[in-house]
Design a protein around this ligand. Structure first.
Ligand code: SF4
Length: 185
């Protein structure tokens, strides 16, 4: 959202994440970037309602955190689970596929749990996941490129042989466009 080129106007926040973390951390983000954030569950009707709530906010010029997943998500989240996460992990800089490094955006093991860190235990710290130079998933994630506008879409990049993050998981934009391409055509 800090990128001046980003065309993302609103977010459906992942319901399973918010079931643990709650919704409060999103409030300053919605205010700072003036975007609606709607916590949304995963059934088809949930998604439709989440999209409707997001679009309604945009049409009314609002940018609030709303909770479509009220049947499970509480504003404060799951406090015991949060305490366990805080005990084991600390906030660290993390590199995101298609986007690059973002400060304070990931979790890493606290020093007292480093003996369980596979990278250190097995000496594989240098192992990374280099991305295809052909992949443009960063542009897809920022709303700057439709998946089918990528030259590799559906040819050199498919769900069976993905080149980037947005084709890897079934909910990724490129994978969804690939799966439903005949419906959208
Ligand atoms: S179609 Fe494949 S290569 Fe192109 S942006 Fe999507 S994931 Fe990357």
């Amino acid at each position: 959202m800090s990128s001046p080129r980003s065309r993302v106007n609103g977010f459906l926040a992942a319901g399973h994440v918010c079931a643990v973390m709650g919704t409060e951390e999103y409030i300053p983000l919605a205010a700072k970037y003036k975007v609606p954030i709607v916590v949304t569950a995963f059934e088809p009707l949930d998604l439709l309602q989440g999209i409707l709530m997001c679009v309604t906010q945009l049409e009314e010029g609002r940018h609030e955190v709303e909770n479509q997943y009220e049947r499970l998500v509480r504003a404060e989240g799951n406090r015991p689970a949060q305490a366990m996460i805080r005990e084991v992990f600390q906030v660290v800089r993390r590199t995101w596929r298609g986007i690059g490094p973002i400060a304070e955006s990931g979790l890493g093991l606290r020093p007292e749990y480093l003996e369980f860190d596979a990278e250190k235990r097995f000496g594989v710290e240098a192992v990374g996941g280099p991305e295809s130079t052909e992949c443009q998933s960063g542009l897809v994630l920022q709303g700057l490129l439709k998946p089918q506008e990528c030259p590799a879409f559906g040819t050199r990049c498919t769900p069976e042989k993905p080149l980037g993050a947005t084709m890897v998981s079934s909910e990724g934009a490129c994978a969804a466009y690939y799966r439903y391409r005949r419906v959208m055509a």
